[in-house]
Design a protein around this ligand. Structure first.
Ligand code: 6PG
Length: 251
């Protein structure tokens, strides 16, 4: 039983949960979902918009995609970030740097197609500036794909309960993580939910309790709330992360 107190709902029954034996196999399935989602976006219009995730889990996925430059017309994709650590873009902890090295540079993505959070600025300033950027996109369209990870404590992006709440107004906020780098900037749930497709990539036994809680509908977790608000959520997880996920009787 997780410390958060499990409230069982039928949420798990609706989850598109794809369990693979290893993190590498899971990243391969996730790569297929990314290509499918971005191709759909490019079928709908001249450009596709992808919100990237940070942390370490996406690295294998980004490297796989970088090996397949022909998968789609990457020059027609605009890249955004769901969250960022408040560090320089050259800092090893930067989510922007991780994606640039593993995905964007190998694919030859032009810098003017990469809309990063300015982690080098004061958090409130970076949040306000990125909030205007996000508002400009969401006035005209939705994201085509939002990629997210899951922390062992159940957080996603840099949304750490209890603040901000899932109901937080606005598109981008400054937040405080428990682990360093503590100062973060994150899209809110409202911004992350404005997407045609959501992909969670989760790997490792350390995530098994959080994944079970999220799929079980623990209300305090933003990922649970996102499951209710985003139209199409796919989970690519390895067997270790899925160890505590079980058939939950719905109703
Ligand atoms: C970050 C991420 C964060 C991450 C989870 C999982 O900036 O760290 O946005 O939400 O996805 O903490 O991190 P790992 O992939 O490193 O386990």
């Amino acid at each position: 039983m997780s410390g958060r107190g499990r409230r069982v709902t039928g949420i798990q029954a609706a989850a598109d949960l794809r369990v693979e034996r290893t993190p590498e196999a899971s990243a391969r399935v996730a790569a297929g979902v990314v290509v499918e989602a971005l191709r759909a976006g490019l079928d709908r219009g001249p450009r596709a918009r992808w919100v990237l995730a940070g942390g370490t889990t996406p690295l294998a996925l980004y490297r796989l995609l970088a090996e397949d430059p022909e998968a789609l017309d990457w020059s027609r994709v605009d890249f955004f970030w769901g969250d960022e650590r408040c560090v320089e873009p050259t800092d090893p902890a930067s989510n922007y740097r991780m994606a640039r090295e593993a995905l964007l540079d190998p694919l030859g993505i032009e810098p003017d197609r990469c809309f990063r959070i300015e982690g080098e600025l004061a958090p409130a300033v970076a949040a306000e500036r990125y909030g205007r950027r996000v508002a400009g996109v969401l006035e005209r369209s939705d994201w085509d794909l939002v990629l997210l990870g899951l922390g062992g404590d159940g957080h996603t992006a840099s949304l750490f309960p209890p603040r901000p709440t899932p109901e937080e107004e606005g598109w981008v906020v400054a937040t405080e993580a428990l682990d360093p780098p503590r100062r973060r900037v994150s899209m809110t749930l409202a911004a992350l939910a404005r997407t045609r497709r959501t992909l969670f990539l989760v790997a490792g036994a350390s995530k098994s309790e959080a994944l079970a809680d999220v799929l079980g509908g623990v209300a305090a977790l933003h990922a649970s709330a996102l499951l209710r608000r985003a139209p199409r959520v796919t989970w690519c997880v390895d067997r270790a992360a899925a160890a505590r996920v079980r058939a939950i009787e719905c109703g």
